[in-house]
Design a protein around this ligand. Sequence first.
Ligand code: UD1
Ligand code: CA
Length: 460
Amino acid sequence: MSDIHVAVLAAGKGTRMKSALPKVLHRVAGEPLIDHVLRAAEAIEPATVTVIVGHLADAVKLSLSKRMGLGFALQEPQLGTGHALLQVEPHLRDANGTLVLLSGDVPLLRGATLRTMVRRHTESSAAATVLTARVSDPHGYGRIVRDGKGAVTAIVEEKDATDDQRRIHEINSGIYAFALAPLFGALRSLGASNAQGEYYLPDLVRIYRARGLAVETLVLDDAREILGINSRKELADVSAIMNSNRIEALMAAGVTVIDPASAWVGPEVEIGADSILHPGVYLEGRTRIGSNCVVNSGVRIVNSTIEDGVVINNFCVIIDSRIRSGAQVGPFAHLRPESDVGEGARVGNFVELKNTHFGRGSKANHLAYLGDATIGERVNVGAGTITCNYDGTAKHPTVIEDGAFIGSDSQLVAPVRVGKGAYVAAGSSIVEDVPDGALGIARGRQINKPGWVERRKSHK
Ligand code: UD1
Ligand code: CA
């Protein structure tokens, strides 16, 4: 087992978010901020991971409850980042080696950067290694103060900095590697006489230097990676950066994205070459799109598989479903969970499918609700067809076999079966099975009354 341990700061109030939700649970790319940070941490294969919770601790713990092997340390009250890290001590009493400290609000951090930082830290045998970056706008960050030889002497918070120090463009990322041996003893000697009255973790640098302990830095070239989120504005900025990174990777892999600024693609989405994304599409969760597909504007797809050569017309919502090769869907179609649209099939405007298997080459071109149905191949579902799958208590299945034809404006009251090649007459309310090859007709017979209009007039 490795002797690398990870702690993640997630106890702070995040006041500037102006939210009832803990800051680290705000989402970018469909996932809470802290989940991105924990994913980056996996790259250094830590022996233990401890999340420091405090403000709205229960909500943070609940959100992370499905993750295996996480420890939690409670910081109550929240007296600053140095005080926060001290709460990890009981969890690491017997541990040796290195503690990597991450912030739960820095979601762009890459695992590769953490690997480099840990390597640098181990090779230099420093007591602490600070991840830093040179940025054009250092506002709000702690500044890295170096001596004439370039060695770090202190980190000064914006609110405590002199005018000269504010002009320093090298900033503290809030991400560090610490040798465990001197750490907790030194943390106990932190004071809180500063502008915010908090126990500042970065003050450790001054303490270490006073004790003659070595402090190293790893300076990042791309500072975007360590952007911390403190406000909704920064949340949107980071979200846009993540999205544009993914869209660039997709374009490099042969996907056409007509407007990269308005197409939103989640981190787990895969898309094949020569597919086209139009403006304003939302692709989320574990969605797979094949090659040569067209996804038009206003489409939202969640956790679904779209095979090759599929056309999804404007304004469709597709959730937990599958669309097979060459099928066409929409505009304005709604595929609810567990729907499966067969090869070359067509599901047209204002058609809703739920838990429905729609066979190869079948068509439902207009205005239909098909729920809990199994529909065979080459079936024609007329406009306005409704499966009445719910009796107020339970859901029931509808089966429509290969080659059947359902006339427009028909209701199929489930459980019911329409046999192979059978026809249902338009406007029928079908309550009994229709055998193979039969015509089912279930509506009032039409009566024409000759001369009725003239007679009505003479009654006046
Ligand atoms: C901190 C650093 C600053 C650095 C910046 C990078 C300190 C004093 N300052 O400032 O040098 O440039 O990060 O983003 O460390 N937290 C707790 N308990 C607390 C206070 C905070 O767990 O008592 C957590 C927060 O939830 C957050 C992280 O620590 O995840 C950072 O706190 P935040 O208040 O955002 O610090 P910054 O002002 O950004
Ligand atoms: Ca911060």
